[in-house]
Design a protein around this ligand. Structure first.
Ligand code: GAR
Length: 187
């Protein structure tokens, strides 16, 4: 199998990045993590890029033309697929148009419910019976686009924001690789 070269975009902890790096080592996994892009120089996830010897770059989304820098590096590393994993910036139209249907994202709620930030707080406030995570294609709107995989669990009476985050992330580590396999199943 010829693996697609993928770039993972991060902003913080990078636990999904680590999970994808490890999963992508399997011979039959459809992508190879070939580049990491972070908009945050202090992102812990960069340590995983270093540890697993994956090239990484920092971008400053405040700068004019930052998208050109991203597109330059995506081309340089021959990237054909992008996974957003805790990337807390909106991907610009220019990049979306250059990678149509080639960008996916993971979000810690059952979309279309609870788009945006503070999902766990809102899930609790709304007294939801269940929550989970969603992997979806990225389009021009926030946390929108066709859904690839959704996984859920039922809330327990003792759940708080921290517990919900932990439970959701455990599901994410299964959902993201599953979604990538699904995307490339018929390729
Ligand atoms: C993940 O839980 C992901 O769903 C969320 O950020 C976390 C990143 O964790 N993404 C969003 O909220 C995007 N809207 P990680 O850095 O440990 O992978």
């Amino acid at each position: 199998m010829v693996k697609k070269k993928a770039c993972i975009f991060i902003s913080g902890q990078g636990s999904n990045l680590k999970n994808l790096i490890l999963r992508s080592r399997a011979e039959n996994f459809p992508i190879k993590v070939s580049l990491v892009i972070s908009n945050n120089t202090k992102a812990n996830g960069i340590n995983y890029a270093r540890k697993y010897k994956i090239p990484y770059i920092f971008i400053n989304c405040q700068l004019k033309n930052y998208e050109n820098k991203i597109l330059f590096y995506l081309k340089k590393y021959k990237i054909s697929f992008i996974c957003l994993a805790g990337f807390m910036k909106i991907i610009s139209k220019k990049i979306i148009n250059s990678f149509e249907n080639k960008i996916i994202n993971i979000h810690p709620s059952l979309l279309p419910k609870f788009k945006g930030l503070n999902t766990f707080k809102r899930v609790l406030k709304n007294k939801e019976r269940k929550t989970g995570c969603t992997v979806h294609y990225v389009n021009n709107k926030l946390d929108d686009g066709n859904i690839i995989v959704k996984k859920f669990f039922y809330l327990s009476p003792n759940d708080n924001e921290n517990i919900l985050k932990k439970k959701t992330q455990q599901l994410e580590y299964r959902a993201y690789p599953e979604a990538i396999i699904k995307v490339f199943r018929n390729c």
